[in-house]
Design a protein around this ligand. Sequence first.
Ligand SMILES: [Zn+2]
Length: 261
Amino acid sequence: MFERIELFPGVIEMNYQARRRLGCCVYLIHDGSDWLLIDIGYEDTVADIVEIIRQLDFPLANCRYLIATHADVDHVQGLSQASELLSGSQTCGHPDTARLLSEGDRVTTYAEISAQGISIEMPIVELDKTIGEGDRLPLGDVSLEVWHTPGHTVGQLAFRLGNLLFSGDNIYRDGCVGNIDAHHGSDIPSFIASLTRIRDSDIEWLLPSHGPPFRKEPALLQATIDRLEGYCHMADFGTCATDWPLMDEWDRELVQGFNPG
Ligand SMILES: [Zn+2]
């Protein structure tokens, strides 16, 4: 048996529990005899994670939910395998996540990045349950409140438990955000709205999908929001940018002709 390492009461995270990096954050939340997992990570760590959970003395039959924060391969590749090992649980995620997983969309999930020679397995999964903004997932005597926080991807979810927000790929401790990419369905204005919502909430702790948990500091959120507002007007972000002011300047200057000055 292992000793449970709780980050917060009722919250265990598998990388911390293993004291080494397994992959994305895999949160186990428990209340009474019930427990759930937020994300599962890559397939090759599923067996280790399930074994750790067994050694922590959580009955495998009492897993209620296997939640996908979104459909990226590094978060959900192991979902099919985990749902076989934890057959009493319901797999759940946003309807957009459900669609990508059931269609086996390899591009949007990042299983296939052909320009970089990345091509990995992405098992097809039919989610048991779709969830969205305002839904509650009951667990023992508590419940997780579902927040729809699009931006990184259309189906990105976050989950509130008291003063904690399991915040997915919205923001990390260093102020970085989940990858912004047109092929991924990223939307910068939606991302800004999701970050603004988190900034203005009374959440005290953010538990992201990568890296350590951190206190929600409005200044960090604001610096990130300001950066993304800049991105909206930069060619660097291609079709994710909303405009490019240089083109307006150029329109005016074309009328006048080039003047090397
Ligand atoms: Zn991620």
